[in-house]
Design a protein around this ligand. Structure first.
Ligand code: SF4
Ligand code: SF4
Length: 238
């Protein structure tokens, strides 16, 4: 039954354009996270996290992800869906733990071996216990580190590059959101376009624009400046 459930979840996510799915041992993940960003804090008894992401060019139906939690619950397991807009877990780090890529120390996005920085984690389903059995460590971060020794063409056109006093140069997410609100990068992200990882998997313009818009809305919500936090407060959601 648990394996059949996993196949159902994969099928449902894929139908919504989310072609990547991985499992994470919540206890192992939590041991690497600050207290306020732990799965166990979000849901007591959480032992498994199902991480879903999109990388390919299929149009994404975000509503499809809302089906995942009820599917797990109907199979008899307590579950909770975590939206990216809530900003309560590090979803990119969860994607890395699930083996869906490595979080770049330069652009802070998940880099997938095939899709590069085009991967977006769509959410995570927290599940009580380990109904799928023990979960092996699937992280590829130890041997997949494309940013090491890279000449960093991703930074060449980005207006949000921050140089730390330590010498570390990287993209600053808050600056990115501010620049985009001012009208920069209206249709696409130069960081994604200029990264050679997954360059052969460029998205059709319509899909790229849709995901680009989604990421701004998500980041505004996480940073508390978008319309979603106000709406959520007004209607009393989380
Ligand atoms: S261009 Fe190089 S440094 Fe930039 S994200 Fe891609 S692999 Fe990393
Ligand atoms: S959207 Fe623009 S500002 Fe933000 S990371 Fe991409 S290139 Fe930089």
């Amino acid at each position: 039954m648990p394996q059949a459930l996993l196949l159902q979840l994969e099928e449902c996510a894929r139908a919504g354009g989310f072609d990547l799915l991985g499992l994470v041992d919540a206890h192992r993940f939590d041991a690497t996270q600050p207290y306020e960003l732990r799965c166990a804090r979000e849901m007591s008894g959480c032992g498994t996290v199902i991480v879903v992401a999109c990388g390919g060019s299929a149009p994404t139906e975000w509503a499809a992800l809302r089906e995942l939690q009820p599917m797990v619950q109907r199979a008899g397991y307590r579950a909770q869906f975590v939206e990216p807009t809530q900003g309560r877990l590090r979803l990119a780090a969860l994607g890395e733990a699930a083996g869906l890529g490595t979080v770049s120390p330069v652009i802070h996005r998940l880099l997938h071996p095939m899709f590069g920085p085009r991967v977006i984690v769509g959410g995570a389903v927290l599940v009580e216990g380990q109904p799928f059995g023990p979960i092996a460590d699937k992280s590829i971060a130890e041997h997949f580190q494309p940013c090491c020794n890279c000449p960093r063409p991703c930074l060449s056109t980005c207006p949000s590059v921050l140089a730390e006093s330590s010498g570390h140069v990287h993209v600053d997410a808050t600056r990115c959101t501010r620049e985009r609100q001012r009208g920069a990068c209206a249709n696409a992200c130069g960081v994604i376009r200029n990264c050679p990882v997954g360059a052969g998997q460029a998205l059709p313009q319509v899909v790229e624009s849709e995901r680009h818009r989604y990421e701004l809305a998500r980041d505004l919500a996480i940073q508390g400046r978008g319309v979603w936090p106000a709406i959520r407060r007004w209607i009393g959601w989380w």
